[in-house]
Ligand binder design. Sequence first.
Ligand SMILES: O=C(O)CCC(=O)C(=O)O
Length: 258
Amino acid sequence: MSDAPPLTPLDEVRETYARDGIVRLGKTVDDETLAALRARSEAIMRGEAPELDLFFQHDSDDGTYGSLRRGEGWVGPSDRYRKIEKLERDVLFRALLTHPSHERVVRAFVEGPVHLYRAVLFHKAPGTSSPIPWHQDGGTFWGLSEDPSVQIWTALDDAPEESGCVEAIPGSHVHGLATRLGGVVPDDVAARADAEARAIPFPAKAGESLLIHNMVWHRSAGNRTELPRRGFTACYLHAGVRCLRKKRAPRVFPLVFP
Ligand SMILES: O=C(O)CCC(=O)C(=O)O
C-alpha cells in the first residue's frame, strides 16, 4: 500500500506500546489511497452514501465540545460533521481497516479471530471545530465485557499541532481507568494528574498511523488551519469480548480477521 520508509518493527511496537501506550507505526497508507479516502469522506458528508446508514455527529456551532448537539445524527449535507461512525460498511474504509499494514499490528496483540468495535472518522473542519477533551476509550460507557484489544488511528491529512493533532500522556494507560464510567476524564481528575503539563503532541503526516492504547489519556485541540484535519480510527476486539448493553439487543461485532 505504501512505498514509504519501512513500518516500525513489531518488537519496537510492542515495547513502546507497553511503556507509553502510544506508538508511531509509520506511513501505512499511500497517497493515492489517501486521496480516495478523503474524496469518499467528502462525498459521505454531502449525503451521497445513504445506503450505508452511517452514524453522524455534527460539530457544534461555537466550536466547543460542551455544546455538541448529541443525538441529532444526520442534519443534511455539511462539511462540518465532526464524527462519522460505522465506516466498516464502506468499501474504501473497510479496505483500510483490514489492510495487511493494520493486520500485522493487530495480530501482534490479538490471538485468534479479530472483531471490530468501531471504525470512526474524526473530522476537524477548518474554522470552527471543537476540541476533544482528555478521555479514555473504555469503561462501562463502552458496554463491553472486557477492554478492547488495540486501536489504530490514521491521519488522512497532514495533522500538525495547529490543526489539532492527537495529544497523549504517554504511560497513563498503566493506571487503568480514571473513572469506572470511562470516556471523558473529569476536569478535577485531569488537574490532579497535572495532565496539561504532561501532554505530548503527536503531529502526523497524511498516511501515518498511531497505535493508541484504549486506556492512554488522549485528546486533540480545535483546528486553527485553513485545511481539514481528518483522522480515521479502528478499534479491534478479540473474539471473547461481548456487548453488555441491555436496553437494546446486544451488538454483534463484525469479524475482520478470521
Ligand atoms: O482524531 C482525534 O482528534 C482524536 C481521536 C480520538 O480521540 C480517539 O480515537 O479516541
